[in-house]
Design a protein around this ligand. Sequence first.
Ligand code: NIG
Ligand code: FE
Length: 415
Amino acid sequence: MITIIKNIKCLVQVAYKQQEKKVGVEMSDLPVIENAYLEIEDDRIKSFGSMDDWQGVADWTRTEVLDAEGKMVFPSWCDSHTHLVFAATREGEFVDRINGMTYEEIALKGGGILNSAGKLHALSEEELFKSASDRLMQVIKMGTGAIEIKSGYGLSVEDEIKILRVVKRLQDSFPIAIKPTFLGAHAIPKKYKENRTDYIDLIINEMLPIIKDESLADFIDVFCETNYFTPEETDRILKAGVAIGLVPKIHVNQFTSIGGIQVGIDNGALSVDHLEIMKPKDIEDLKGSNTMPTVLPSCSFFLGIPYAPAKELIAANLPVALATDFNPGSTPSGNMNFVISLACIKMKLTPEEAINAATINGAYAMNLQKECGTIQVGKLANFFITKKMPSYSYIPYSFGENPVEQVFLKGKKIN
Ligand code: NIG
Ligand code: FE
C-alpha cells in the first residue's frame, strides 16, 4: 500500500543521511522543505521532496493520495521519559501543594511514589492495561509516535513485573514504538525503611532475573536523589542491570546535585533525566560522554521547581532531549506540544532547538534513532499532519492547543 501526502505547506525535520543526534549549535538547524510531498510504502517512508519534483502516481490501484494544503507534516514526537502505567491520579496531593506543602514533604509523609504503589497493588493487570491504553491513545492523538514507559509504581517483585507485563501488552497492541524501562529503584518501600539494603538485594536478586528471563525491559532506571537512592546504591543497581544487558537511563539532579550524573556516565547511561539542579561540574562531566541530557519542563511547571538549564547545556556544546515525564505525581500530562512550548517560553530554547530536542534527540534517548525522529527514507512512517498553521513556530506559540490533525503510525492512519 502506498500513501502520498501532497501539497504539504512545510515538511519539517527532513534528513538525507543517518545522524545520531544534534549537539550544541546543530540544534539550531531544522531542515524543512516547503510545498512538499511525502510518500509512504507500507510501514516505511519511501520518498519525499519538493512538489516540483513529484513524479505523480504510478499505480492508482494501490495508492491513496491526501492533500495537505496549508498544513505541515512533522515526524512524530519522541517522548523518552514517561511513567504511563499507573493506578490512580493524585489531585489530593496537588491541593496539598497549593496549600503550602512541598513535593518532598508529601513524599516523606507516605504520599508520592509510595501512595501510587499502594494504589497499584490493588489493581489487576487487566485494569492497569485498560487505563494505560486510554492514556496511550491520548498521547498518540497529540503527536507522540515513540514512547518510553517505566515501571516504578510496584516496588515489589509481583507488582513491578505486573507493570512491565502491561507495557509488553501495550507493545503488542499499539502501532506506536514503545521502549520499556525497569525502575524498581523508584523509592524505598515503607517496610524496608530500616533495612534498605534488603530492598536493593530484592531488586538485584529477584526482580532482575525475571526481567531477563521474560525480556521485559530494555533500560534500567534509578531515582538517584536525596531521600531516595544514593549514588553508591545507584551504582550497584545499574551495574546489576548492565550485567543482564539493560542500558541505564536515570533520574538525577531533580532536587539536589549529589553525584548521580557521574554515576550514570560511568555506567554508560543513554540518558540522564531531570537536571533541574546542576553544578558546573555536572555540565563539565557530561562533555565527552555519549549520554543524552534530558529535561522535563512540564514537571518544573507543575511542581513549581526550577527549570533545567537547557540553554546552558546547549551552549556547552551538548545535546538536549525533551520529554514529558507523564506520571500522576509530578507531571500529570503527556502533551509533548506543551513541553515544546514550555521549553521555548521558560527555558528560552528556540523553536528549532525545541523541535530537535523533541524528535531526533528524543529518539536517541530511546535508542530509536535509526527508526524515528526525522523524515528520512527507510525510517518508520510515524508522523503527523497538523491543522492549518502559518509556520512551525506556531506550535510552541499556541500553547495548550493540540496542533495535530491526523496521526500516522507505521504508515497507517490512526482514527
Ligand atoms: O520523574 N522523580 C521521580 N519520579 C517521578 C515522579 C514520581 C511521582 O511523584 O509519582 C518524576 O518526577
Ligand atoms: Fe520520571
